[in-house]
Design a protein around this ligand. Structure first.
Ligand code: GLN
Length: 188
């Protein structure tokens, strides 16, 4: 099994380190043809406006979108979540539209734009320390989207078939459980 991490922009190195800690062969993906060399892709946190623009420029956008529709597993954190969502508000921007959620960017307030919270995750025995950095908020979602964790009544970890998204940054902790959850999705 080989996992790709989108190296277009953002904190992809942290995802790479975490996956390698789990013994996974990781490829940093920047070109469309590299998507065919991996069994799944992680899209990191960063700046979603820049990411989507570059993805289109290097022709990764169309190919990735098509592959995800055919069942290719993806995991997006923070900006990665924004990129995968169906609709983006504040401000509206283009996205891959592969998970039926509507997200509002930078929605957790201006003063306290970064914080950590212990959250309960479905299927986990102990809470997960979630780090939020200018995080997007899920303001609406379809009934076929599974909510795996919430914080203050908003879903923060969600899954729809082969698409997993987190509004926080598991790659910035030492806790590998959410990455392992994604690896199990890839194995199946
Ligand atoms: N606010 C950023 C955006 O809209 C996401 C922040 C992050 O990935 N930490 O792209």
């Amino acid at each position: 099994m080989k996992i790709g991490v989108s190296g277009i922009q953002g904190d992809f190195r942290e995802h790479k380190v975490m996956l390698e800690k789990l013994g996974i062969d990781v490829k940093v993906v920047r070109k469309p043809e590299e998507l065919d060399e991996v069994n799944g892709l992680v899209i990191p946190g960063g700046e979603s406006t820049t990411m989507i623009r570059i993805m289109k420029m290097v022709n990764l956008y169309e190919k990735l979108k098509q592959k995800i529709k055919e069942g290719f597993p993806v995991f997006g954190t923070c900006a990665g979540m924004i990129l995968l969502s169906k609709e983006v508000v504040n401000f509206p921007q283009d996205s891959l539209g592969v998970i039926d959620i509507k997200v509002e960017r930078n929605a957790y307030g201006r003063q306290v734009d970064s914080f950590e919270e212990q959250i309960e995750v479905k299927g986990f025995e102990k809470p997960f320390n979630a780090i939020f950095i200018r995080a997007p908020k899920v303001v609406d979602y379809d009934e076929n989207v599974e909510v795996l964790a919430t914080y203050m009544d908003s879903p923060v970890l969600l899954r729809q078939n082969n698409v997993l998204v987190a509004s926080f940054h598991p790659e910035l902790t030492e806790d590998t459980r959410i990455h392992e959850y994604f690896l199990n999705m890839v194995k199946k």
